[in-house]
Design a protein around this ligand. Structure first.
Ligand SMILES: Nc1nc(=O)c2c([nH]1)NC[C@@H]1CN(c3ccc(C(=O)N[C@@H](CCC(=O)O)C(=O)O)cc3)CN21
Ligand SMILES: CC(C)C(=O)C(=O)O
Ligand SMILES: [Mg+2]
Length: 276
């Protein structure tokens, strides 16, 4: 029997080849169980550095560490067998040089089993993207709103709403695409910008607040499940898990206080001794 008889994992080149084909479906996940639930429904799972905000209560993604990305990345790889797993390179772990980026990316691939990394930035990161791809690290680009730059940007606002900024974002997407990125996340940009990028670059674009013009879509799982208290404009809530969790917890609290939980069916009886 072939060792590949089981459904094989999606690869970065397969995502790359989807340009112009069926839309690429992706979501974020940070832990094994949710990743397992997503695995047969999505092409790609991103272990995003948004985990710092969603899982750890940080205000921004800036304090997220490589160690945090590895712990969550490993869990997501363990929970899945089909989707391509992509792990974000966190702020401060790759920007200084291509060599630094390679050391970080190689460590993440080795210690998590993920199939690719993502990094933020356009023209200024193109040399690094080329350096990684040439050395066996598939790279997903990320242009438009780049949340790791919050301290220079000032806010998480949509980008590319005037012509000058639009041209800069298109040039950024072109640069990482030409440097060998297998796909490019286009975040929170005006629709015409996403359309221009999608038409002009060879790899597929994955939109988050990038309109339906993109070749695929991604959202933060907790946002679309209704688990995040506040969500950006680009999020559609497909469920309201926050209220569902609160209702369950409130009922549990009432039943513990009323001593109606645990009931007989939740209680271990003593072993019945056999009489010989
Ligand atoms: N839970 C979560 N979802 C995300 O999509 C996400 C993260 N976290 N963390 C990393 C980045 C940060 N992102 C964000 C965060 C906030 C807005 C937001 O609130 N935007 C407002 C406008 C803000 C303003 O005008 O200052 C909006 O209405 O879309 C957008 C993207 C996207 N990413
Ligand atoms: C929002 C996506 C694209 C991301 O980078 C993240 O979840 O960190
Ligand atoms: Mg990110």
């Amino acid at each position: 029997m072939s060792v590949q008889a089981e459904a094989r994992r999606m690869s970065a080149p397969e995502i790359r080849a989807r340009k112009g084909g069926a839309p690429i479906v992706s979501l974020t996940s940070y832990h094994a169980h949710t990743a397992q639930l997503l695995d047969s429904h999505v092409d790609l799972i991103l272990v995003g550095d948004s985990l710092g905000m969603v899982m750890h209560g940080l205000e921004t993604t800036v304090p997220v560490t490589v160690e945090m990305m590895i712990v969550h990345g490993r869990a997501v790889v363990r929970g899945t067998k089909r989707a391509l797993i992509v792990v974000d390179l966190p702020f401060g772990s790759y920007e200084a040089s291509p060599v630094e980026a390679f050391h970080t990316a190689a460590r993440i691939l080795k210690e998590t089993g993920a199939g690719a990394v993502k990094l933020e930035g356009g023209v200024r990161m193109a040399e690094t993207v080329r350096f990684l791809v040439d050395r066996g690290v598939p790279v997903m680009g990320h242009v438009g709103l780049t949340p790791q730059a919050i301290n220079t940007l000032g806010s998480f606002k949509a980008r590319g709403r005037d012509d000058a900024e639009a041209d800069i974002i298109v040039a950024d997407a072109r640069a990482v695409a030409e440097a060998g990125a297998f796909s490019v996340v286009v975040e929170a940009v005006a629709e015409p910008v996403a359309r221009r990028i999608t038409e002009e670059i060879a790899p597929p674009t994955i939109g988050i607040g990038g309109s339906a013009a993109c070749d695929g879509q991604i959202l933060v799982l907790e946002d679309m499940l209704g688990l995040s208290p506040r969500v950006p404009k680009f999020v559609k809530r497909y469920a309201e898990l926050g209220p569902a969790i609160e209702a369950a917890v409130s009922q549990y609290a009432d039943e513990v206080r009323a001593r109606t939980f645990p009931a007989a069916e939740h209680v271990y009886a003593p072993k019945v001794r056999k009489v010989s």
